[in-house]
Design a protein around this ligand. Structure first.
Ligand SMILES: O=P(O)(O)OP(=O)(O)OP(=O)(O)OC[C@H]1O[C@@H](n2cnc3c(O)ncnc32)[C@H](O)[C@@H]1O
Ligand SMILES: [Mg+2]
Length: 211
């Protein structure tokens, strides 16, 4: 199978790779990530918005490979932290931080705000996951972009082992579960990434393009 037949995702996040591979399996094309192109340098994510970072991740990799590339920039915006960590979600606890370190930091910051308040309440703040996708074709230099969001609450009681990142702390009242307790299918149906991906596929279809 040639590389041009693959869907190339400009990411080094294995959780994202798993979700894209699952969501795009129906296209019958392999999904490749930056683990398949180890010589491609990491993109510096210095944009101030998710959309800006997604475009940058798609363009730098697309230009380097000379192939169309899909990129995802996403994160968690927490109301009681004025929208933080936002575009800094991956490095909330510092450069190279693990998911566990970021989750710990999130709970620590919210616990600080709650000092003196009713600590029995496990739901600490409304929050949303946001995802910006950018699909870039170096042949035309054009972008197709789509966004998705999902609302929930940060819970002080982590649960579940699915998903990645902040999923164990992201509680969905209508399911009475965290995002990490959902199956891949269930997460895809409601998640920021699933929503953005369905919008992107629709936009590409309208332009008689395909991922
Ligand atoms: O940049 P790439 O290589 O794609 O991988 P990354 O992990 O650095 O990805 P981002 O820069 O987009 O940072 C997004 C962070 O936001 C969090 N995040 C994004 N989507 C999430 C999801 O579906 N569930 C849980 N956490 C998520 C998670 O901590 C990610 O590391
Ligand atoms: Mg990143």
């Amino acid at each position: 199978m040639t590389e041009t037949n693959a869907i190339i995702v400009s990411t080094r996040n294995k959780g994202k790779v798993r979700e894209f591979a699952h969501a795009l399996a129906f296209l019958g094309k392999p999904v490749k990530s930056m683990y398949d192109f180890p010589d491609v340098p990491e993109v510096v994510e210095d944009g101030t918005t998710f959309a800006e970072n997604a475009r940058k991740k798609a363009k730098e990799v697309g230009d380097r490979l000379g192939l169309p590339v899909l990129a995802d920039d996403s994160g968690l915006c927490v109301d009681r932290l004025d929208g933080r960590p936002g575009v800094y979600s991956a490095r909330f606890a510092g450069e190279g931080a693990s998911d566990e370190m970021n989750n710990e930091k999130l709970l620590a910051e919210l616990a600080e705000l709650n000092l003196g308040e009713d600590t029995e309440q496990p739901l600490l703040s409304p929050a949303r996951f946001v995802c910006s996708l950018a699909y870039y074709d170096p042949a035309s230099g054009s972008f197709v972009e789509a966004d998705g969001e999902v609302d929930g609450w940060i819970t002080s009681e982590p649960a579940g082992s699915g998903g990645f990142g902040y999923d164990p702390l992201f509680y969905l009242p209508e399911y009475e579960k965290t995002m990490a307790e959902l199956s891949l299918e269930e997460k895809q149906a409601i998640s920021h990434r699933g929503r953005a991906l369905r919008k992107l596929a629709e936009m590409l279809e309208k332009q008689t393009q395909q991922l």
